[in-house]
Design a protein around this ligand. Structure first.
Ligand code: GLP
Length: 244
């Protein structure tokens, strides 16, 4: 795993945006895998700035998001489709038809998940995937468990994730308990992966990820250790426990 440690959140965001910019400029028809959460917001801000000030063109870009809460429709401010519109799609020239976020209102999430994976394949596969990391080591919404899903489908959220994400909702009770998430196999098929981590709250999990030298379904992010092209971009605070 390649590791880039930056002094601040802003520097982390700039470093990640630069990696994406390079890929988009190299291939205007690129397929991107995108993530939500508070960590990638700065990266999206920087990509929007590059679009506005440096002519970074998104018109040919196709995107697939990692996940969506079950039961939230696109107009719900807590839905990940809403998040993506607010932080990226509404501010750059992506073509709406080419931006994909799993549908949280689908009646059959597993069937829908299979279709989602096929759509990614039909688009040529993900060239570069952006990831955050949950404080429990989840990626997308693949939660620590005895087994991890390979393909995209329905997942149950852990209490820790519900508590971590409650800050975006009026109360913990309003956080959906299920999501549709890209599976571990779907994520690992991306040619290149960039994983972000910022702040002290991620220091423990980054230490575990980097120091164990083992994969564990109890720390889903450790599967990234098996991928040939992963870059961790994190700030000093998230990296602060490594080696201690
Ligand atoms: C959510 C998302 C993940 C994200 C994680 C971390 O649970 N499903 O994709 O990585 O939150 O979020 P944050 O960046 O806000 O810490």
């Amino acid at each position: 795993m390649k590791i880039i440690v930056t002094d601040s959140y802003d520097e982390m965001s700039k470093a990640a945006a630069e990696i994406f910019e390079k890929e988009i400029r190299q291939d205007s028809k690129i397929v991107l895998g995108l993530a939500t959460g508070s960590t990638p917001i700065g990266t999206y801000e920087e990509l929007v700035r590059k679009y506005k000030e440096e002519k970074l063109d998104f018109s040919g870009v196709t995107t697939f998001n990692l996940d969506e809460y079950v039961g939230l429709d696109v107009k719900d401010p807590n839905s990940y489709r809403f998040f993506m519109e607010e932080h990226l799609f509404n501010h750059v020239n992506t073509n709406n038809e080419n931006t994909h976020v799993p549908d949280g209102m689908t009646v059959n999430p597993d069937e829908y998940g299979e279709k989602y994976d096929k759509m990614i394949e039909a688009a040529g596969g993900i060239r570069i995937q952006l990831l955050g990391i949950g404080s429990n080591g989840h990626i997308a919404f693949n939660e620590p468990d005895e087994e991890l899903p390979v393909g995209t489908g329905l997942v149950n959220l852990t209490i820790q994730t519900i508590e971590d994400n409650a800050r975006f909702f009026k109360s913990k009770e309003q956080v959906p308990t299920q999501a549709i998430s890209m599976g571990m196999g779907s994520i690992m098929k991306a040619k290149k992966i960039v994983i972000l981590a910022s702040g002290e709250g991620k220091a423990e999990i980054i230490k575990k990820l980097l120091e164990r030298g083992k994969v564990s379904t109890r720390i889903p992010a450790t599967f990234l250790l098996l991928h040939p092209d992963v870059t961790l971009v994190c700030d000093r605070k998230a990296y602060s426990l490594v080696g201690r």
